[in-house]
Write a protein that binds this ligand. Structure first.
Ligand code: HSE
Length: 298
């Protein structure tokens, strides 16, 4: 039996659309064992009652990709998912299930794949790297390209940088949120994001929170998706007034993440209050960067 812990992630980090993400200390757990025969999946916590318990289950499908890759034929599978990451809220729950399923399957089948190989399989399954890469590796990961053209770098998150997440009580499917983003953008918007994403990497590497607060801005996706998230712009402004360094749409949303070095309680309150006039109720949680990524539990 193997048990894997996989962190939540916030993708894009503002300007890093489809290329940057950060891991946080909120976890899903995948326990897997060969059971002799058949498939037995159970879910506890987030997603219980929604997540399929048959062969459509993403953890099972991710595990199968690894088994196929190494030509291993498991004798029955029993899978337990203990979920703390909210589903379809933009905190990387689907990436965590892919990474968890692949890591567990890799161990069951004799640990034939290294992390890089698992990363490539996970990106191919998810379609973009910005959630699965930090879920697997921890910290902030910048990644671009596919298969043999994949390049990625893990950046340690500077000490003292924390976050407050406001998680609205409505789901937003990634597919819907991606359809809201235009297929073509202006050169000036592209240049804006290249500059800001590059400066964000520099700010993280130099632990320069002043710069970080100025460059987590985006022109490629957030304004289009704000139409799907009533109150988003107002919550951004309120959190910044309350002391947040920067506020971003987490992944495809609808969760908003405020990055901060303090005043978490005040920021959480104004984010909640900011959504209220738009009839959006939300829960707020404090998040801390997860440095190690997915791990096998002892
Ligand atoms: N980069 C992706 C998006 C992350 O924003 O659509 C969602 O999984």
């Amino acid at each position: 039996m193997v048990k894997v812990r996989v962190p939540a992630t916030s993708a894009n980090l503002g300007p890093g659309y489809d290329t940057m993400g950060m891991a946080f200390n909120l976890y899903n757990y995948v326990t897997m064992e060969e059971s002799g025969t058949g498939l037995n999946i159970s879910v506890q916590g987030e997603g219980k009652g929604e997540i399929p318990l048959n062969e459509d289950n993403i953890v099972f499908q991710a595990a199968c990709r690894v088994f196929q890759e190494v030509n291993y034929h498991p004798k029955g599978l029993k899978i337990l998912l203990e979920n703390n990451i909210p589903v379809t809220r933009g905190l990387g729950s689907s990436a965590s299930t892919i990474v968890g399923g692949m890591m567990a399957a890799n161990i069951i089948s004799g640990e034939k794949l290294d992390k890089e190989h698992l990363l490539l399989l996970a990106i191919n399954m998810e379609g973009h790297p910005d959630n699965v890469a930090p879920a697997l590796l921890g910290g902030v990961v910048v990644a671009a390209g596919f298969n043999e053209l994949l390049n990625y770098v893990k950046i340690e998150v500077p000490d003292g940088l924390n976050a407050v997440a406001a998680i609205p009580d409505f789901p937003l499917a990634t597919k819907t949120a991606r359809e809201a983003v235009p297929k073509e953008v202006s050169l000036s918007d592209a240049v804006f994001n290249i500059g800001h994403a590059s400066l964000l990497v520099a700010a993280l590497m130099k632990s320069d929170f002043n710069l970080l607060g100025k460059v987590m801005e985006d022109k490629l996706h957030q304004k289009y998706r704000s139409l799907l998230i009533p109150g988003m712009e107002e919550v951004f402004s309120a959190a910044k007034r309350a002391g947040a360094l920067a506020v971003t749409l987490s992944g495809a949303g609808p969760t908003l993440v405020a990055f901060t070095t303090g005043k978490e309680k005040e920021i959480a309150q104004v984010m909640k209050d900011g959504f209220a006039p738009f009839n959006v109720s939300c829960r707020t949680i404090y998040l801390f960067p997860e440095r190690d990524g997915a791990v096998v539990m002892p």
